[in-house]
Ligand binder design. Sequence first.
Ligand code: NAI
Ligand code: MG
Length: 360
Amino acid sequence: ANPSLLILAGDGIGPEVMDQVKRIIGWFGDKRDLTFDVSEDLVGGAAYDAHGVPLHDDTMAKAQEVDAVLLGAVGGPKYDNLDFSVKPERGLLRLRKEMDLFANLRPAQCFDALADFSSLKKDIVSGLDIMIVRELTSGVYFGEPRGIHIEDNMRVGINTQRYTEAEIERATRAAFDLAMKRNKKVCSMEKANVMESGILWRDVVTEIHADYPEVELSHMYADNGAMQLVRAPKQFDVILTDNLFGDILSDCAAMLTGSLGMLPSASLGLPMANGRPKAMYEPVHGSAPDITGQGKANPIACILSFAMALRYSFDEGAEADRLEAAIEKVLADGARTADLMGPEGGTPLSTTQMGDVILA
Ligand code: NAI
Ligand code: MG
């Protein structure tokens, strides 16, 4: 059977950028004999308009069955005043929660032609290709006890950093499995010098490493990691870290490479019966209401999200390389959507035209 994909294009520029991905999926079927069973459905405001909920139960059930979900973006001003329980974002949160997507993958990949967009010097980021794996469903954002209490007539704000070994283990396995599809190198970041959860994190990662003898493992304190990430990011391949440190480190890494219109992401869960992890791929950007309907959206973040699906859900690393090489080439040739234009100006490509040159 062909691998299956559920496309949830969503709102705003979501459907615009996803249209280009659909053309590319078609190309792989025609030219590379790589055919996907694609189904499409609604999420976010689009689902609310049709069903009164941001994710229909049938859509949720489909998402649980397919090999990968590809999501565009959700939200927009039209939905800003809806009740919290039916806000577009809730559709996304429901997918993440019910699919139990505990490993968030954020690559920082530098296309040479865009190196000037980086906040760092060109030679530090040129050729950069790293991946941050952030544990997404536990840690200090969820740990109990939490709250604001009165103690000795003073308010005290409390959060608890809490990780079970099972939670650390599954995130670690996701990172090692990923490393096996990349350069077999993992750096785990915590604060084992001052935090018990960090000591346990380091212990568990070291134990699981025994199952992945081919992977080179190192450990680093997360504060040093932040420093190394901007000093010499190319020393890393896969960085494994917890929810809090990963939140900060991944935003920091994103800016190593520049525009929001270029950033893909993935969220992975446990392996399914066929060995593939539960997975959802999506651009980091939102629905961009300020440019919706104008043909200005950069489709590359969404296309790169599909490239991640090829590599990490479908073991088609060579085809992912092919797609990324096409993007690298068009950028080197000067193809730019409006968000990638420098102050020197010029005529930007439309969303569809960017799709055209990548396909060509
Ligand atoms: P946004 O990411 O939609 O837009 C921020 C800025 O970046 C805008 O100026 C936009 O035009 C530009 N931009 C974003 N993607 C682009 C692309 N592919 N090509 C060219 N320019 C691009 O974030 P914002 O404005 O904070 O949120 C807008 C809506 O999107 C809100 O309703 C928000 O809740 C939702 N949102 C949804 C997300 C998701 O679906 N995962 C993530 C972030 C925001
Ligand atoms: Mg953040």
